[in-house]
Design a protein around this ligand. Structure first.
Ligand code: AMP
Ligand code: ZN
Length: 114
């Protein structure tokens, strides 16, 4: 997708702070962190949101969560715990229409998802 900011980050056309990368995913620090650890894990394939995943993406979803666990290990929150969030659509506040998973850690989160 030519006008997608995360596709541009994956291609290196927009700078980012890389945390981890493999053939399926790219992980980088969120520019406006909500926690001491706030990393975005995105598939290299452009998919608008989790709602647009198809049967073809089943294996990719597994790779994404393997990547999330790798990011947790790299950032040192694998033992303390971490939160994984993906926003879908307007009411959830999805601002970038390229599937991404927020990996948040390094502090204690409340039960309020507000
Ligand atoms: P969401 O609101 O769930 O769509 O999340 C989009 C996230 O992307 C927000 O947390 C932004 O801070 C983050 N973001 C937007 N542009 C960039 C960028 N150039 N580099 C890193 N993170 C970004
Ligand atoms: Zn994209």
């Amino acid at each position: 997708m030519d006008d997608c900011i995360f596709c541009k980050i994956i291609k290196g056309e927009i700078p980012s702070t890389k945390v981890y990368e493999n053939q399926y995913i790219y992980a980088f620090k969120d520019i406006q962190p909500c926690a001491p650890v706030h990393v975005l894990v995105v598939p290299k394939k452009h998919i608008e949101s989790a709602q647009k995943l198809t049967d073809e993406d089943t294996a990719l979803l597994g790779e994404i969560f393997k990547g999330i666990n790798e990011v947790a290990r790299i950032t040192g929150v694998d033992k303390s715990g971490f939160r994984v969030v993906t926003n879908i659509g307007r009411d959830a506040g999805q601002s970038v229409l390229h599937l991404h998973f927020h990996v948040l850690g390094g502090r204690v989160f409340g039960a309020d998802f507000g």
